[in-house]
Design a protein around this ligand. Structure first.
Ligand code: MEV
Length: 450
């Protein structure tokens, strides 16, 4: 039976690995070798990775691909994409190439405001709270002056502070809701530091007000935290063209394609089952660029899905119209991104990604990321409403299957040639591979495709 370990974090890296491989693996030597194989050969680089998180025992690689030919607001970009899923980079590149000949992507920043809260309980009278808030408000700005100096110098800072009464949803629940402009940084540390200072002001002030009744002094700060929901930090990306320009090689007329494409978007607008998959495809493009550029994909995911449900039902993040012979397809998405701070100065590949994009500021990066999501969605819908996605998807998946089977280069070539005009379902690939190698099909491989 496995035993818990005390003081694991205090062990050296070697000590952690020693415990880990002996405790959890049938073949400790093989596990140790693999962990070490994935270390960086350059000690300084490895130290960097060791220091990003706690208890680092090795590195976890993701492919870093690029999607060229993204024309965004008239500029050409090659997008960095860190993602493990086959077909995503290919689909993005294909969609970029398609729109390159049709004017490219146009993006527009709707707003860049971020929001944070001091969540607190207050059992006293609302009038007293309101009057205290009026006193706190200027002090929130004064007592964060040192914290906000650099941000103000860059044109950002605290935009507004409000008292919000949420006792309609939870007894005694109030918020200090603050809005921030954090310029090119994602702003989490800045916002959280300001909010914690606000809480200090509140607690100190209430403690000093000895004239208040017991109830009116009953204020407890529960927590101070930015919101990852950023409906006021939104970008829009759009593509459009005349319907006849949707002339494609997929065996459908431009009119049929446009109508079916619009219908597919409408289905995602009204049907949450489809909206979830539809938006997942968008996030394929968004997350890949977010990860490559060192931003927080969990925050972006969380915000996007809340935004997709902002009208009470989970819905599509993209929309499509056909008016006066013009096909228009766009995305509107909250993207709180940073191009300074965080990993952007630390991770060598993140630095490279920013250089690849020409060192964009946060607003330009918002546009690039939105275009990537829109391109991905266009590519997925284009395939779905014409050939279906399995053809392209399984072709890419073929290489994963062949890697799993440890095919030699010759076997690989032969299998790829065989499937040139066929859909390479898992079982078919395994059978063909076994036939070429002259071995029986393993029983465990009579399994379903992913
Ligand atoms: C697969 O990762 C993403 C798609 O399912 C998206 C979609 O269905 O729109 C292809």
């Amino acid at each position: 039976m496995k035993q818990p370990i005390k003081g694991f974090s205090k062990l050296s890296k070697e000590g952690k690995i020693e415990w880990l491989v002996n405790e959890h693996f049938e073949n400790p030597e093989a596990a140790r070798n693999l962990l070490e194989e994935y270390w960086h050969s350059n000690e300084k680089r490895q130290q960097l990775h060791d220091d990003f998180i706690e208890n680092t025992v090795t590195n976890y690689f993701l492919p870093f691909g690029v999607a060229p030919n993204f024309k965004i607001n008239g500029e050409l970009y090659t997008l960095p994409m860190a993602i493990e899923e086959s077909s995503v980079v290919a689909a993005a590149s294909k969609a970029a190439g398609f729109w390159l000949k049709r004017g490219g992507f146009k993006t527009e920043i709707v707003s860049t405001t971020k929001i944070g809260h001091v969540h607190f309980n207050y059992a006293g009278s609302f009038d007293t709270l309101q009057s205290m808030f009026e006193d706190w408000k200027p002090r929130f700005f004064e007592e964060t002056e040192e914290l906000t100096a650099n941000m103000r110098a860059r044109g950002g800072g605290i935009l507004s502070v409000e008292l919000v009464n949420r006792t309609d949803v939870l007894e005694d629940y109030y918020q200090i809701e603050a809005r921030f402009e954090t310029c090119d940084s994602m702003g989490a540390n800045f916002i959280n530091s300001c909010l914690e200072q606000f809480a200090q002001v509140m607690k100190m002030d209430v403690a000093m007000r000895t004239e208040l009744s017991e109830a009116d002094r009953d204020l407890q700060v529960v927590m101070c935290i930015l919101s990852n929901y950023t409906p006021e930090c939104v970008v829009r990306a759009e593509v459009s063209c005349k319907i006849e320009e949707l002339n494609d090689d997929k065996g459908v007329t431009p009119e049929e394609f446009a109508t079916k494409f619009k219908r597919a978007v409408q289905i995602a607008e009204v049907e949450p089952y489809r909206a979830t998959t539809h938006n997942k495809g968008i996030m394929n493009g968004i997350d890949a660029v977010i990860i490559a550029t060192g931003n927080d994909f969990r925050a972006i995911e969380a915000a996007s899905h809340t935004y997709a449900a902002r009208n009470g039902q989970y819905s599509s993040l993209t929309h499509c119209t056909i008016d006066d012979g013009i096909f228009k397809f766009w995305i509107e998405i909250p993207l709180a991104l940073g191009t300074v701070g965080g990993l952007t100065k630390l991770h060598p590949m993140v630095k490279l990604a920013h250089e690849l994009l020409g060192h964009p500021n946060s607003e330009t990066l918002m546009g690039i990321v939105a275009a990537s999501g829109l391109a991905q969605n266009f590519g997925a819908l284009r395939a779905l409403v014409t050939t279906g996605i399995q053809k392209g998807h399984m072709k890419m998946h073929l290489f994963n299957i062949l890697n799993q089977l440890e095919a030699t280069p010759e076997e690989r070539d032969e299998v790829v040639k065989f499937f040139e005009d066929k859909v390479p379902h898992h079982n078919l690939v395994v059978s063909k591979f076994c036939e070429i190698r002259g071995i029986p099909v393993p029983r465990s491989d009579v399994k379903k495709d992913k």
